[in-house]
Design a protein around this ligand. Structure first.
Ligand code: SAH
Length: 251
């Protein structure tokens, strides 16, 4: 009787163990598929780099909300299939049409410099694959993003819709002129480099609003431009950067 009883217990224990193994392998397969672990590693890399260059950027670390958004957005869903394996490495990637997506650290830094609040309306120039727009979409109320290369803009719009970013609004056009219909913006981010600050972008910024933009032809500086009450601006250079040039539509 005692033997029988113990035997029953061990069968139940084996069944339970089997069930646990099955569930944990399902969880692991899901994590691998979703690449949560790689994303967490990427965020750790970003945070480490941020404290290293903190002295230069004038920021000791990045906002936790920015890091949380970076841990959430599936970068591998935005990059072309050939780049998917490298999606979570801290480096720029080719996205087609001769364009590149910034390294994750720069995406995090620029997002941090925007100082976004939940209710904010943000404008982005240079949608590219839509990754930066998705990160902004996690932190702001509405994101308006413009891309000049039609094929890139269309693919980005599809990706953003597929992943459920209903608050990110896309458009094909020349971002040098901004998107006046939805102005003024709490923050504006430019992810291609012009050689001067586009006046329309300052005009479309709220007083106290922040414009984060790389400026320069060969040597570029990442700048934060804050709009004053009288329409003038204060400018601060953050770090040297390397972006693709802002191109212009032929008039
Ligand atoms: N933020 C993007 C990366 C941008 S790469 C991302 O997360 O993927 C820079 C992009 O700016 C390129 O796609 C380029 O085509 C676009 N671009 C260049 N000049 C532009 C302009 N005048 N208006 C809008 N987009 C522009």
């Amino acid at each position: 009787m005692a033997w029988y009883h113990e035997h029953m217990v061990s069968v139940a224990a084996v069944r339970l163990l089997f069930l646990i193994l099955l569930m944990s392998s399902a969880v692991m397969a899901f994590a691998q598929n979703d690449r949560v672990v790689e994303r967490r590693q990427m965020v750790d890399d970003i945070a480490a780099l941020a404290s290293l260059v903190g002295r230069e950027t004038g920021r000791a670390g990045l906002d936790q909300r920015v890091l949380a958004a970076m841990a959430k957005v599936k970068r591998h869903e935005f990059v072309p299939p050939a780049q998917r394996r490298s999606a979570y490495r801290n480096r720029p990637l080719a996205i087609g049409a001769g364009q590149t997506i910034s390294q994750p650290f720069i995406v995090a830094l620029m997002t941090d410099l925007l100082d976004l609040q939940h209710g904010d309306k943000v404008l982005e120039i240079g949608t590219g694959c839509g990754y930066q727009a998705a990160v902004l979409g996690e932190l702001a109320k509405d994101v308006y993003t413009i891309e000049i290369v039609e094929s890139l803009g269309k693919t980005a719009a599809q990706t953003l819709t597929r992943l459920g970013y209903a608050n990110v609004h896309t458009r094909i056009g020349d971002g040098y002129k901004g998107w006046p219909e939805h102005a003024p913006y709490d923050a504006i981010i430019v992810t291609a480099a012009p050689d001067h600050v586009p006046p329309a972008l300052v005009a479309q910024l709220k007083v106290g609003g922040r414009l984060v933009i790389p400026i320069g032809k060969f040597a570029q500086e990442l700048m934060v431009i804050v709009k004053n009450e009288d329409g003038s601006t204060r400018r601060e250079a953050i770090v040297p950067v390397q972006f693709v040039p802002l191109t212009r539509e032929k008039e």
